[in-house]
Design a binder for this molecule. Structure first.
Ligand code: TYD
Ligand code: MG
Length: 469
């Protein structure tokens, strides 16, 4: 009897491999992500992983810390400041960078602009597309401006051919758009399958380290379908960037989620225009654009994205509910944190929020996952519930504990300075943080110990209603 062809099962999300199928991935716990694929070929004389990645020399001799030179890696600036910031100051020779994002969000546009900027400086770049024809690429490029001869294009999906082209053309920077369209002849499965995507990335890693070229890989985020997503590649590459935003809206955020050569969580903000992506140098300004005048349930706070303080508006709409189970909705905010803050107001200040629908919104599409914005959420809810207006020039920062106490947050000074820069005149901060703000002169600082104090301060500033006791 002929031996059955060997197959294994991969998780499309995280790349977990298993000899048998299961409905839920045992590793990342996602459902319906396991797909069948032929087992990876057992090639003879496989390079050891570390040698392939260029980090192991082959002779196994340990070094002392003192012997290791830690000179800063040389970086090439792309001169697109928002992009350089997320990379940690520029691109590093021989690094492999994954740029993930939803289809249509603007990944190809972003990378074409990066290529333009680099080739304008005389750096040889090669843009390889497996998705669009040369004509389509040209049509996009026409919107972005004139290109120099240092920018070369290639439409190809066979990675073995691509390797030969890179070896002969010797570009300094290569873009692969997208990894899901690439295939290797020696891997027996369709392009976009988990094993193709993984093996192709492996080969690209060898090319990047072996030839010292910087390679950007585009990866589409996919929820459905047979295409393997970029998440399973995260552990293989040096840097992972995600391009996010509402595809209907103009704003896009580039977020670093992994960086072997810099800090993560840095963000770059762009605006999609008819002539490509434009950098947004002052995100606080655009996050606050179009704030309502004299409306209750709105206050500004400051979030820290990487090292960058950004002002955001928090809105709360609190209405009497006709339902026995009132509606709760949180946009841009953690759901369970919202429930906790609602409970604090219910218990500590006696608000009857269990009779109300509550909608909380972080304006501008920013996703907040830090507790420093608790106080602003509390004030927005109180302002919405009691129908008082918070002064437009006032900002609130602080973490809120279960007893209703306002606790200190990290980097308070940077956050207050950002508000000062944008012309705010009052800042409500945790009392415990006052001593870190000695050098702030241009803005009035009010330290509060608990949420009741904070709310009363806000109410008294503009409204003549009595305090809550
Ligand atoms: P694209 O870079 O092709 O997205 P991706 O590679 O992530 O799939 O860009 C998609 C959208 O951007 C497309 O709907 C058109 C829009 N766009 C602009 O609004 N302005 C421009 O200058 C360009 C080039 C594209
Ligand atoms: Mg594209």
């Amino acid at each position: 009897m002929a031996k059955a062809k060997e197959t294994t099962f991969f998780c499309k999300e995280c790349g977990f491999e298993s000899p048998k199928w299961s409905g839920q991935c045992p590793s990342c716990k996602e459902w319906n992500t396991m797909v069948e694929a032929p087992a990876a070929p057992k090639t003879k004389g496989v390079m050891r992983k570390g040698i392939a990645a260029g980090i192991v020399s082959g002779d196994a001799k340990p070094s002392t810390m003192a012997e290791v030179s830690a000179a800063e890696e040389e970086r090439v600036r792309t001169d697109i400041g928002e992009f350089d910031r997320v990379l940690g100051g520029g691109i590093i020779k021989g690094s492999l960078v994954l740029v993930g994002g939803d289809p249509g969000i603007g990944k190809s546009t972003l990378l074409t602009q990066i290529c333009k900027s680099l080739s304008d400086k005389g750096i040889e770049v090669l843009y390889i597309s497996g998705e669009e024809s040369l004509k389509q690429i040209k049509l996009r490029a026409n919107r972005l401006g004139e290109f120099t001869p240092q920018m070369k294009l290639l439409c190809e999906t066979d990675l073995n051919t691509i390797e030969e082209v890179i070896a002969s053309e010797k570009p300094e920077v290569v873009v692969i758009d997208s990894i899901q369209t690439m295939y290797r002849q020696d891997v027996e499965s369709a392009p976009g399958s988990a094993s193709q995507v993984r093996e192709c990335t492996n080969l690209l890693m060898q090319i990047a380290k072996g030839m010292g070229v910087t390679i950007f890989i585009v990866g589409h985020v996919t929820k459905e379908g047979v295409v393997a997503g970029p998440r399973m590649l995260e552990h293989m590459v040096d840097t992972v960037l995600y391009f996010e935003g509402e595809s209907q809206g103009p704003y896009r955020i580039l977020r670093g989620v992994k960086n072997r050569f810099g800090s993560t969580n840095e963000i770059g903000v762009f605006e999609m225009r008819s002539d490509g992506l434009r950098e947004v140098k002052n995100p606080s300004e655009f996050m606050l654009l179009g704030r309502p005048e004299g409306a209750s349930g709105s206050i500004v706070s400051c979030t820290l994205q990487g090292t960058r303080p950004i002002l955001v508006e928090i809105q709360a709409l609190i209405t009497r509910s006709a339902l026995s189970n009132p509606r709760r909705s949180a946009t841009g905010l953690d759901y369970s944190r919202m429930y906790m803050l609602l409970a604090v107001l219910e218990k500590r200040l006696g608000f009857h929020l269990s009779e109300c629908d509550a909608y909380i919104n972080v304006v501008g599409g920013m996703k907040i996952n830090e507790t420093a914005l608790d106080l602003a959420v509390i004030v927005a809810i109180a302002s919405g519930y009691m129908d008082f207006v918070v002064d437009r020039q006032t900002m609130a920062i602080g973490e809120v504990g279960l007893a209703g106490e306002v606790r200190n947050v990290n980097m308070l000074e940077q956050r207050v300075k950002e508000a000062e820069k944008l012309g705010f005149n009052t800042c409500i901060v945790p009392k415990a943080g006052l001593k870190t703000l000695k050098n702030i002169k241009g803005i009035r600082i009010i330290g509060v110990e608990n949420v009741k104090e904070a709310i009363n301060t806000m109410k008294n500033a503009l409204n003549e209603s009595p305090n809550i006791v």
